[in-house]
Design a protein. Structure first.
Length: 80
C-alpha cells in the first residue's frame, strides 16, 4: 500500500486506501509545526467520513481527496 499526498489551500493530507476506505494518516497546515492529525498506526487511522464530520471547515481538502480516490478507483486497469 502506498501513501497518497493531497494539498489544498495550504493544507496537506497523507492518506492511504484500505479496503476501499480512505484512511487519514497525517493532516497538517503547511505553515504550522503542530499537525491537526498524526496517526502512528494506519489500522487506527480515522477514515475520510470521520474527518469530514470532525473538521467540516476543511471540506475543500476532503473533496480533493475524494476526487483523487475516485479518479484512481474508477480508472481503467491495464490488462496483464
Amino acid at each position: 500500500m502506498s501513501d497518497r499526498r493531497t494539498e489544498v489551500d495550504g493544507w496537506q493530507a497523507i492518506w492511504r486506501i484500505d479496503r476501499h476506505r480512505i484512511r487519514m494518516l497525517l493532516v497538517r497546515n503547511l505553515s504550522e509545526s503542530q499537525p491537526l492529525l498524526s496517526v502512528p498506526a494506519p489500522a487506527t487511522a480515522p477514515d475520510l467520513v470521520q474527518m469530514r464530520e470532525q473538521f467540516p471547515e476543511r471540506s475543500r481538502l476532503w473533496d480533493a481527496i475524494r476526487h483523487e480516490y475516485w479518479t484512481e478507483f474508477s480508472a481503467p486497469q491495464e490488462l496483464s
